[in-house]
Write a protein that binds this ligand. Sequence first.
Ligand SMILES: [Zn+2]
Length: 255
Amino acid sequence: MLYRSNRNNAGLLGVLIALTACLTLCGCVTVYNPATERRETLFMDTAAEVALGKELDAELHKKMKFATDPAQLARVRNIGQRVARYSDRQDLHYVFQVVEDKTLNAFAVPGGYVYIHSGLAQTANDAELAGVIAHEIGHIAARHSVKQLQGLMGFQLLMGIVTGASGQLPVSQALSVVFDLANLGYSRKDELLADKLAVRYTRRAGYSPLGIVTFFHKLETDAAQKGRSAPPVFLSSHPPTKQRIAQVEEEMRKR
Ligand SMILES: [Zn+2]
């Protein structure tokens, strides 16, 4: 995601208990991830991640209004697939969709599903849209949401052992909370890595990575117009825009 939303995170831990039951069946794998340049131990293999993503996507279709304008969809999908070809993760089929929402945001859920708000699609030029999509693909390639789930599940498992608590919740509830997790944002470190990967993927796909910077400026202008002041750095999971722009510009100087 691009900026932090104020959605309610209540119930997240409880719901992760239900997910744990499913995911413990999937087994552990250790893989080298070129996006993070590290070996990573994953509770969820690609097939399990895609199955979870599919369920999340079906749930999102019940909750949100999706855009159907063929020209807008074709533009987002064409740019998305062009960028996805250069992702460090080629074990996924990427799916790009547009959600009817005037705000300038985008998000991804596990399994290769990327959602662009219609407001963003209308505001961004092609290079900017490619930059935003590449940022979301970066989160997927680095498996940020999958790893966040793993971390929380580990904590929940520990709490279950300590308190003797256990529980089962309906899958639909579990999925809606996992979506909240995706929408609430990642750590500062994860956001900076997604920006770095966005430079890599846009450049490989033949788009100017400068689109990432110009879109940051559009986000700032939009926030100023709406009177939304940025949260203090230490309270925000997102790095300040200035820091993100500086990092993208530094990355652009590298070859
Ligand atoms: Zn992000």
